[in-house]
Design a protein around this ligand. Structure first.
Ligand code: ZN
Length: 256
């Protein structure tokens, strides 16, 4: 009798647990803080290989701020200052990154007009709950895509606000590719940006970087709402001295 009761209790547990785990699906992983990066902490801390153990999708940058990172389908790509796109080796280090698993996350189709804000409106409509971080992979065919990359820096590292004044901007009238990134809740504002951070990579691997603008597109969306958060804190001084970074400075760097 006891075994029977135990079995029925386990069955009940299985029924209750399944829909909950289907609703929220994973862990947001972060290396360092955006504010430490803003202050010039460009020292690589976590390898690309280690990142891909924590997620299959994401963004960030590389040691010495050497280009923009776009992680798609478990591969880490570098969109460099010279416009080249390369798949990076597992050993390449990152000073700042966010990754998460999308896997077979929820899917949706849509289209948008009206530039970057139009894209965000479409994503907000499809995923309205802003309570938790969300990882996005947005495959599509896009019009007037504008991206940027940043040049590798030499020590002593200058703050990011100074570096972006010399950023390289690349534009494509038409581009098929994938936008990857995150929407961070407002309560994460002391350790990251709030709202969206998106990077772009073309399907033919000729064009990519930090997404500055996109006019319109037809999109196939996959996303995952993340209900856990893990952060690696590098042993660096600037990480513990973040009060000087303002929201206005973050806006200057993100340019949205
Ligand atoms: Zn970026």
């Amino acid at each position: 009798m006891k075994i029977k009761r135990l079995l029925s209790a386990l069955l009940l547990l299985a029924v209750v647990v399944t829909p909950l785990s289907a609703l929220c699906g994973g862990t947001l992983y972060q290396v360092s803080t955006l504010q430490a990066l803003m202050q010039g902490d460009y020292y690589g801390a976590v390898s690309a290989g280690a990142l891909m153990e924590r997620g299959d999708t994401g963004l960030g940058t590389f040691d010495a701020l050497d280009g923009e990172m776009v992680a798609v389908n478990g591969m880490v790509y570098k969109a460099a200052y010279d416009g080249s796109i390369t798949a990076v080796g597992d050993e390449e280090l990152s000073p700042f990154a966010n990754v998460a698993f999308i896997g077979d996350g929820a899917a949706a189709e849509s289209s948008f007009e009206g530039g970057y804000d139009g894209l965000l409106t479409a994503l907000n409509f499809l995923v309205p709950d802003t309570n938790m971080p969300v990882v996005f992979r947005v495959e599509g065919s896009y019009v007037n895509v504008k991206v940027r990359s940043v040049p590798a820096q030499q020590e002593p590292y200058p703050p990011l606000t100074g570096v972006v004044k010399n950023q390289a901007v690349f534009e494509a009238a038409q581009a098929s590719g994938v936008i990857v990134g995150f929407r961070f809740p407002a309560y994460m504002g002391d350790i990251n940006t709030t709202g969206y951070h998106l990077h772009f990579l073309s399907n033919d691997l000729t064009f990519g970087g930090h997404l500055l603008d996109v006019e319109s597109g037809a999109i196939q969306l996959r996303y995952n709402v993340l209900d856990e958060f893990t952060m690696t804190l590098p042993d660096s001084v600037s990480l513990y001295n973040l009060a000087e970074t303002t929201d206005a400075e973050i806006e200057t760097v993100e340019q949205h």
